[in-house]
Write a protein that binds this ligand. Structure first.
Ligand code: PGA
Length: 248
C-alpha cells in the first residue's frame, strides 16, 4: 500500500474538478493505495460534494494560514479547509517556499495549525540544484524537517513527509531511485532519532518531482519510498490512473 497524491497547483477550476472525478475511478488495482487530491482551494468544496468522486479519494488543501480567522485578505484557515472537505494539508511546498518566500518558521506555524484542526500535514522538503551541487542535500532537508517537527511533539501524531527536490519539479528531470532512497533514508533516520523507531517506521515519506506513468513504479519500488506526490501528471485522469495503478 502506498500513498498516491495529486497536487493540482493552480489548475482545475470547479467544473474541471468535476470532470476529473467523473473520469477518474478507483479500481481494484489501486484500491489498496491511499489516494489524495489537493485541488486549488476554490475547487475544494466542489470536489468534496462531487457525486462522481469515489469517497476513497481523499482531499487536501494546498496551503493555509496559521491563524484561525481574522483580517488576512486572500488567506484560508485550517478550520475553513476542514469545513470545505479537506483531510490533509500540503505545507511548505517548494513553490510556496521559493516563489512566495515562505520560511521554515511559517511552515512550522502552519503545521501546528493543521494539527489543531485535525488535518494531516504533508510536509514538503527538498533542495535546489545549487544546494545539491554544493553537497548540501542532507543539511537542507534536515533543517526543513527539524523545524516542522518542532510543531509535532507527540510521536503518535500522523503526518507525512514529501521529499521533492526543487530541480525535479516540473522539469521532466526525476531523481534516480537511488537519489530518492538516499534522501528518504536520511529523513527516516532523523525521524527515528527525533521521534522513535515506531514513528519513523510508520510515517510515509513520499517522493515528488516529475513523477509520470513511465517512472512511478520504479520510484515506488525504491527503498524508503512510501508513495508519490504528483504535480503535472495528476491533472489528467488517464495519467493519474496509470500512476495510481503502479506499485513498487
Ligand atoms: P511535478 O510537480 O510532478 O509537476 O514535477 C510535483 C509537485 O510540485 O508536487
Amino acid at each position: 500500500m502506498a500513498v498516491i497524491a495529486g497536487n493540482w497547483k493552480m489548475h482545475m477550476a470547479p467544473e474541471e474538478a468535476r470532470a476529473f472525478f467523473c473520469a477518474f475511478q478507483v479500481d481494484p488495482v489501486m484500491a489498496d493505495h491511499e489516494i489524495v487530491i489537493f485541488p486549488p482551494s476554490v475547487s475544494l468544496f466542489t470536489a468534496c460534494e462531487c457525486e462522481y468522486r469515489d469517497p476513497r479519494v481523499q482531499l487536501g488543501i494546498q496551503n493555509l494560514h496559521w491563524e484561525d480567522r481574522g483580517a488576512f485578505t486572500g488567506e484560508i484557515s485550517a478550520s475553513m479547509a476542514v469545513r470545505a472537505g479537506a483531510n490533509y494539508a500540503l505545507l511548505g511546498h517548494s513553490e510556496r517556499r521559493h516563489v512566495f518566500g515562505e520560511t521554515d518558521e511559517q511552515v512550522a506555524l502552519k503545521v501546528a495549525s493543521a494539527l489543531r484542526h485535525d488535518l494531516i500535514p504533508v510536509v514538503c522538503v527538498g533542495e535546489t540544484l545549487e544546494e545539491r551541487e554544493a553537497g548540501r542535500v542532507d543539511e537542507v532537508i534536515l533543517r526543513q524537517l527539524d523545524s516542522a517537527l518542532v510543531s509535532i511533539p507527540d510521536p503518535e501524531t500522523r503526518f507525512l513527509i514529501a521529499y521533492e527536490p526543487v530541480w525535479a519539479i516540473g522539469t521532466g528531470k526525476t531523481a534516480t531511485p537511488l537519489d530518492a532512497a538516499a534522501a528518504h533514508g536520511t529523513l527516516r533516520g532523523r525521524l527515528e532519532r527525533a521521534m522513535g523507531a515506531a514513528t519513523a517506521a510508520r510515517t510515509e515519506i513520499l517522493y515528488g518531482g516529475s513523477v509520470q506513468p513511465s517512472n512511478a513504479a520504479i520510484l515506488l519500488a525504491a527503498c524508503d519510498v512510501d508513495g508519490v506526490l504528483v504535480g503535472g501528471a495528476s491533472i489528467n485522469p488517464e495519467s493519474f490512473t496509470e500512476i495510481a495503478r503502479a506499485s513498487g
